[in-house]
Design a protein around this ligand. Structure first.
Ligand SMILES: C[S@@+](CC[C@H](N)C(=O)[O-])C[C@H]1O[C@@H](n2cnc3c(N)ncnc32)[C@H](O)[C@@H]1O
Length: 213
């Protein structure tokens, strides 16, 4: 099958790799996702001693901000991209070396943590790529402590439909959802309380599902 530029680009967003992944894609993620990620950070209201899991941390920008708000707490990051693990390990070298930040290669569908071990889980712009929505939502819930919260940032279905590469590469962008569909997903997975928070913007609105176990 012939894969044109938009196919290559879609693949890079779901799993950045190689020269393009290390240079341009991460720079693009930085600019495009900044507002969304910072909205999520605000919602998290981090306490200094929490154990936080970030799924699909990309270049680790928001993880760095989370880390600044932690005292005795710890951050665990998982991503499927070797390139992102290498970059983020370099970026957060001191805290990775001290063990305050632990990074590893893993897929959201099989999170390498014990049940009930995480206070807060954060993920932004990854849900489109999840291999199986309900299974992955349940997997995140499994590792959260009772009363723990997932913060899941996404662009709404209508916004995603404006990007031609999303429609063209449905095999990569498997799930684009309305806010109601995201709410239903986490409720069906068993979260006890799910709210969708929206931040309006001149350019593109930011959405976060806040789901409590
Ligand atoms: C579009 S980027 C978003 C990065 C960052 N969260 C942001 O908002 O800027 C998607 C990230 O999720 C990772 N990813 C994609 N599918 C994943 C999966 N199934 N499990 C874990 N990480 C995944 C990719 O490697 C990439 O780093």
């Amino acid at each position: 099958m012939k894969v044109g530029f938009s196919g290559y680009f879609a693949k890079q967003l779901s799993n950045p790799h190689g020269f393009l992944g290390s240079r341009f894609i991460t720079r693009m993620m930085n600019q495009g996702n900044e507002e969304l990620e910072y909205f999520g950070l605000e919602l998290m209201n981090i306490n200094g001693d929490e154990h936080i899991l970030e799924i699909g941390f990309g270049n680790g920008r928001i993880m760095q901000e989370m880390n600044n708000q932690l005292n005795t707490g710890k951050i665990y990051g998982i991503d499927i991209s070797d390139e992102m693990i290498t970059q983020t390990s370099k970026r957060l070298k001191a805290d990775v070396n001290s063990g305050k930040i632990v990074l590893g290669k893993a897929n959201v569908e099989k999170i390498p943590f014990d049940d009930n071990s995480i206070d807060k889980a954060f993920t932004c712009n990854t849900i489109y790529f999840w291999p199986n929505l309900e299974k992955c939502a349940k997997e995140v819930m499994r590792v959260l402590k009772q009363g723990g919260t997932l913060y899941c940032g996404f662009r709404e279905k209508e916004i995603m439909s404006r990007y031609p590469f999303v429609a063209q590469y449905r095999n990569i962008f498997k799930h684009t959802m309305t806010e109601q569909e995201v709410k239903n997903l986490f409720e069906k997975a068993g979260f006890s309380k799910v709210n969708i928070q929206v931040k309006k913007s001149e350019f593109v609105d930011s959405y976060f599902a806040v789901a409590t176990k």
